[in-house]
Design a protein around this ligand. Sequence first.
Ligand SMILES: NC(=O)c1ccc[n+]([C@@H]2O[C@H](COP(=O)([O-])OP(=O)(O)OC[C@H]3O[C@@H](n4cnc5c(N)ncnc54)[C@H](OP(=O)(O)O)[C@@H]3O)[C@@H](O)[C@H]2O)c1
Length: 292
Amino acid sequence: MRKILVTGANGQLGSEFRKLSQSGDFDFIFTDVDELDITDVHACAAYFEQARPHFVINCAAYTAVDKAESDKKLAWDINVEAVKNLVLSSALCGSYLIQISTDYVFSGKSSVPYGERDLVDPRSEYGKSKAAAEVEALRYDRSLVIRTSWLYSTFGNNFVKTMIKLGKERESLNVIFDQTGTPTYAEDLAAAILHIVDKISANSRDFVGGIFHYSNEGVCSWYDFACAVMKLNGLNCKVYPIETKDYPTPAKRPEYGVLNKAKIKSTYGIDISHWYSSLERMIAALNTVITN
Ligand SMILES: NC(=O)c1ccc[n+]([C@@H]2O[C@H](COP(=O)([O-])OP(=O)(O)OC[C@H]3O[C@@H](n4cnc5c(N)ncnc54)[C@H](OP(=O)(O)O)[C@@H]3O)[C@@H](O)[C@H]2O)c1
């Protein structure tokens, strides 16, 4: 059976792999910082030597976007230096490496969906570190970089859960309407990655490396996203649209982060749901967890 090592397995995306691992098609090894600190080059080499994974899915990252502006060293250690370690260790075992990246590598100045060949021009420390990580991952010929956007899950903390919490506590809320992108249900992303892994496992000639974009389908603003969360949860909290300038944050976010997914769909035969129907599924799953 093919072995998949998932790093950063306690995060949103990593937890989705844990959930999907119950299907039993692969032999999964889940690690987070306590089992394998990916910033430790020797620990990585020793772990890979013993585990010899066929695939490595790196879900570990420094994801505190605003904190990264003042905590640059740690952000770069986790997001860049650690990826160098994973490349070295993967090369030792011939493992395929799947690195997760972000729409924050772009400036956000576009008005049409970003393609994989578009120039990166990150505006935040987080975005810069993730762009540098892509370069490191792509030095290895068995690597795949998957950029995604606006990730949420029933696991961990994210925009959807924050909106539900605030929607229950408050009568009204201001949410930015001049940043546009596409929400991505981490369960869908995990399933898409497993589909790719499955394909490569069945026939290694199906492996196509490089950068791929994946988010759910469609486009919305954070305001639209918040309204949908309120509606699907039956919350009466009124949502008001505000401009980015009225909600200053330490890190600059792209105004436009829509990703063009044509390449991943045609190369790996991936079907993608619209963000609204994925959000409906996530909220149903969340409510099942709460009632059980
Ligand atoms: N969240 C988004 O909106 C978003 C959007 C686009 C792309 N992405 C990318 O998608 C990927 C998954 O994101 P996510 O939201 O699932 O992240 P997450 O929930 O923040 O999970 C990241 C995990 O990595 C762990 N970690 C941190 N340092 C580590 C280390 N040195 N060694 C091993 N594990 C370590 C974290 O542990 P601690 O919690 O203890 O630090 C956490 O469990 C990341 O590459 C992220 O950049 C995320």
